[in-house]
Write a protein that binds this ligand. Structure first.
Ligand code: TGC
Ligand code: FAD
Length: 389
């Protein structure tokens, strides 16, 4: 039985275009052949499988919905399907691609100079350069507007000082998109290259979640950057937030991939596992869990496709992305926990992917805006009252 047909109860595939179907097949094959056989060992060692980057680039997965500069220029539904298939493998894999494309390449594409675009985008699309996106700080996570990192004008450019934390791809990145405030208190974006004086990256170890992903702390101690490092079009918090909208959109689909992997594993397990002389799939309580999982996945699939269609028409609002990110990640986490439960003791070992997805989704629930932040974003949109402060 094919995994996708198992988790396509409402024939959502019919709503995908031809491009998206082709993309799904090729990314699925890549993940099944090259990622699934090795991902548990990378997870165990707390390493990212760096060797898959050239293949991801060859498949056009970096910045796939961006146009020009060597990017694939796919529609947003196809882009979403890529994120879904990557996260069916591991959230860390999708994260790497999200940060590279939706955060870093998008920032350069949307706010960079022509020179910056021509230099970085083809390199990043080809996987010859890796990027990271440094917004969060040790004391400013949900509230990035309070950031302490500063960019002081100096001869020929700026001097950066401050610390960024929880930065995906941090220590493997060739370029960091760093958000800092200038003396007029305005947030600006800078492209800081690896090896810049006073710039160090240290990995955060001991994570129980997203272990097959690099997460780092970046320190800038009086780091000089040339004037050409400034992203000219990025002025104010709106700039990093619009990058977040791109990445959150990808997560809406990615979470579906993790949920599908868990559901599929639980269903197959329930059919095979015998207790009280019968497959556990024959018990009403187990069926009830499987049906609830399927029902939530199906609703989330329809939400993702509709969001993609709105994005393709240029009609999507950040608040709609917030609602979908909040919903689909919470759904995936619940599906993963229920799948874990159906697997009994086998649910806690790495012979099955469920516990890894479940732990990964704890991060996905928190990064790119926590569940509660997105509740408040939609709450503000509905009521007109800001409940953040
Ligand atoms: P607020 O006053 O709401 O907004 C400031 C300005 O930004 C505009 N804006 C947006 N624009 C585009 N897209 C969005 N999503 C936008 N959200 C806000 C807004 O219109 C305003 O523009 P202007 O021109 O009027 O100035 O700002 P606030 O300080 O009240 O913050 C609101 C809040 C809490 C929603 C925001 O700060 C927030 O989203 N917090 C969560 C932080 C977050 O998501 N961090 C993510 C870090 S990156 C990451 O986690 C990567 S994980 C790796 C991976 O993806 O795999
Ligand atoms: P806090 O902001 O301290 O929040 C703690 C709790 O308080 C949360 O439950 C939150 O919802 C709640 N809370 C906060 N404010 C309010 C309020 N006003 N009302 C109600 N509840 C509230 N960041 C980057 O910039 N780049 C990256 O590449 C990146 N990658 C990451 C990778 C991993 C593995 C992780 C774990 C994080 C990553 N992040 C990254 C950081 C991530 O975006 C932040 O962790 C997230 O925004 C939350 O910030 P925080 O952890 O400081 O939590």
């Amino acid at each position: 039985m094919k995994a996708f047909s198992t988790v396509d109860y409402f024939e959502v595939e019919e709503l995908l275009g031809e491009e998206a179907k082709l993309v799904r097949a090729s990314v699925r094959e890549f993940v099944e052949r090259e990622v699934l056989p090795v991902i548990e060992s990378y997870h165990e060692r707390e390493e990212f499988p760096l060797h898959v980057v050239p293949r991801m680039a060859e498949l056009g997965l970096f910045g796939a919905n961006l146009h020009g500069y060597g990017c694939a220029g796919l529609d947003n539904v196809s882009y979403g399907v890529i994120m879904q298939e990557l996260e069916r493998g591991d959230s860390g894999l999708r994260s790497m691609a999200s940060v590279q494309g939706a955060l870093c390449m998008y920032a350069i594409h949307a706010f960079g100079s022509e020179e910056q675009k021509e230099y970085w985008l083809p390199r990043m699309a080809q996987g010859r350069a890796i990027g990271c996106f440094a917004l969060t700080e040790p004391d400013h996570g949900s509230d990035p507007g309070g950031m302490k990192t500063r960019a002081r004008p100096a001869e020929g450019g700026y001097v950066l000082s401050g610390t960024k934390r929880w930065i995906t791809n941090g220590s493997i990145a060739d370029v960091a998109v760093v958000w800092a405030k200038t003396p007029d208190d305005v947030v600006r974006g800078f492209l800081v290259e690896r090896g810049s004086p006073g710039f160090t990256a240290r990995d955060i170890k001991g994570k129980f979640s997203l272990r097959a992903s690099i997460t780092s702390e970046l320190v800038f101690e009086e780091t000089p950057v040339p004037a050409s490092a400034l992203l000219p079009g990025a002025v104010g918090l709106r700039a990093p937030f619009s990058c977040l909208s791109q990445a959150r959109y990808g997560i809406v689909w990615g979470a579906l991939g993790a949920a599908m992997a868990c559901f599929h594993t639980a269903l197959e397990y329930a059919k095979e596992r015998i207790q009280f002389g019968r497959p556990i799939a024959s018990f009403q309580l187990v069926q009830s869990k499987l049906v609830s999982m399927l029902s939530e996945i199906t609703k989330a699939q329809l939400l993702a496709v509709r969001l993609g269609q709105l994005k393709d028409r240029g009609k999507v609002r950040p608040e709609q992305i917030s609602l979908a990110k909040r919903n689909n990640v919470a759904m995936a986490l619940e599906v993963a926990r229920t799948a874990r439960e159906i697997l009994g003791a086998n649910g806690i070992v790495n012979e099955y992917p469920v516990i890894r997805h479940m732990m990964n989704l704890e991060t996905v629930h928190t990064y790119e805006g926590t569940y509660d932040m997105h509740t408040l974003v939609v709450g503000r949109d509905l009521t007109g009252h800001d409940a953040f402060r």
